[in-house]
Design a protein around this ligand. Structure first.
Ligand code: GDP
Length: 473
């Protein structure tokens, strides 16, 4: 590759490497410094591609207000297991998408669009739960505009309901509460409403400003009300995008299809993605060979908030990867290669975990009021509450500890995901991380700290906070 770019013979480059003491073969990867030395020796100019260069190519000018048009909201459904997330997604889809379509064949591509009675278009992400939401967010793609929190009326608020609330809050995404299973004899929607109060979710019926809608995914009751509530929330948000520019989007899901090659479902965030566009997506690049919408139809283009399957990739990207249309194939390829190399180097330098001190430094750099986000897991509810209270007392006008989530039980992968997305450490009080959480923390570089004495924990956090304060003076 190096020889190629310099228009020199491969054998000459290998020879030059050998004279420098590097016994390289033709396809061996050499580090940047060595490459620079060799390029110098051949009398060529070195141009190092940097993060800044990459950003430059895919940087787009900010849209002028007059170019912005309303776009549909993107909705994620979250809630406790078995409260009806999947049923609700299916009910909405079958009630709306297949209307009037022969056979009612729907295609699962990871997201779908429906139109409400009032004429609003809504985009639903088809992977319910906060795991997908958080992993996307930790990769830099926050595509969700509205979270629908599903709570079963016969079960009320459960641990994962609380997790979902905290994930939505950490991401700053507004919520709508869908009180599901209203058809059941044991349904007690008011218990859901009062339970939610304890988690600072005050629904409209309790004089708050979070919309609550009673629904049944089984009977279909209340579905239209829910869709209208979402449309109303979307109106308040005034979501806009510019359809008349090169597309930017996020990968919702991707896989290697035996017949079609790598396929990615991309949610267009801004601009319009068109057949024939050249793009870079994460560490991959490609040229749009075909676009397929959630009804399984081939389309020529996809505008803001539209999910489409994209064919024509040279490799399989990951969920959460960002897609940018580029002008030339060379640009797309170069950025993809650069990112792949950077990722490789990063993996090699693994072990660079987020530490409490580092976090304080980051927090300091970001805002005038620094927030130290943490995730707390404890053995019993009493300890969890005591820790949250103690943490919230630490701080002043400049530094504040923000407990993103606190719960009872072992540290799980979901905790690690939330911590990673917000750059927080996870505190385990008399609890340990399970094996998958440990592996995930290692891989993502999330720090887990164990404590058995609240005082020790408070001390550590205080020390980090005061270190930050003195550094600011
Ligand atoms: P998820 O784990 O949140 O995705 O929940 P599911 O959608 O898988 O639903 C769990 C169970 O609750 C299934 O047996 C559903 O049939 C049932 N269920 C979901 N919604 C309703 C509802 O509105 N009414 C009744 N009676 N059952 C429901």
């Amino acid at each position: 590759e190096l020889a190629n770019r310099m228009s020199e013979k491969v054998s000459d480059v290998v020879k030059a490497l050998m004279t420098n003491g590097i016994m390289a073969t033709q396809n061996q990867t050499i580090d940047a410094d060595t490459a620079e030395l060799i390029i110098d020796e051949f009398g060529h100019n070195v141009v190092r591609v940097s993060d800044a260069d990459v950003e430059d190519v895919i940087k787009v000018e900010e849209d002028k207000p007059q170019d912005l048009k309303p776009r549909p909201p993107v909705i994620t459904i979250m809630g406790h297991v078995d409260h009806g997330k999947t049923s609700l997604l299916d009910a909405i889809r079958s009630a709306k998408v297949t209307e009037g379509e022969a056979g009612g064949i729907t295609q699962h591509i990871g997201a779908y669009q429906v139109a409400t009675e009032g004429g609003a278009v809504l985009t639903f992400l088809d992977t319910p739960g906060h795991a997908a939401f958080t992993s996307m967010r930790s990769r830099g793609a926050q595509v969700t505009d509205i979270v629908v929190l599903v709570v079963a009326a016969d079960d009320a608020v459960m641990p994962q309901t609380v997790e979902a609330i905290n994930h939505a809050k950490a991401a700053g995404v507004p919520m709508i509460v869908a009180i599901n299973k209203i058809d059941k004899p044991a349904a007690n929607p008011d218990k859901v409403r009062t339970d939610l109060l304890q988690h600072e979710v005050i629904v409209e019926k309790m004089s708050g400003d979070v919309q609550d809608v009673e629904v049944s995914a089984v009977s279909g009751q209340g579905l239209d009300n829910l869709l209208e509530a979402i449309a109303l929330q979307a109106e308040i948000l005034e979501l806009k995008a510019n359809p008349d520019r090169a597309a930017q989007g996020a990968v919702i899901e991707a896989q290697l299809d035996v017949g079609r090659g790598p396929v990615a479902t991309v949610l267009v965030e801004n601009g319009t993605l068109k057949q024939g566009n050249i793009f870079v997506v994460g560490e991959q690049w490609g040229k749009v060979r075909a676009l397929i919408n959630s009804k399984g139809e081939r389309v020529k283009e996809a505008g803001p908030s539209v999910p489409v399957e994209v064919l024509g990739l040279n490799g399989t990207p990951e969920a959460g990867d960002v897609l940018n249309v580029t002008e030339t194939e060379a640009q797309a390829r170069e950025i993809a290669e650069y990112r792949a190399n950077a990722a490789k180097e990063k993996r090699a330098a693994a072990g660079a975990a987020v530490t409490l001190d580092q976090l304080m430094a980051n927090a300091k750099a970001s805002e005038s009021v620094s927030e130290l986000p943490i995730v707390v897991k404890a053995d019993v509810q009493g300890s969890a509450e005591a820790i949250v209270q103690a943490m919230e007392k630490i701080g002043n006008d400049e530094v504040r500890v923000r407990v993103l989530h606190s719960g009872v039980g072992a540290i799980t992968e979901s905790d690690i995901g939330l911590a990673e997305a917000s750059g927080a450490p996870v505190i385990g009080f008399n609890v340990r991380a399970n094996a998958s959480a440990r592996a995930s923390a290692n891989q993502k570089g999330v720090e887990i700290r164990y404590y058995s004495i609240i005082y020790d924990l408070v001390d550590d956090v205080k020390a980090a906070a005061s270190g930050l304060l003195s550094a600011e003076v």
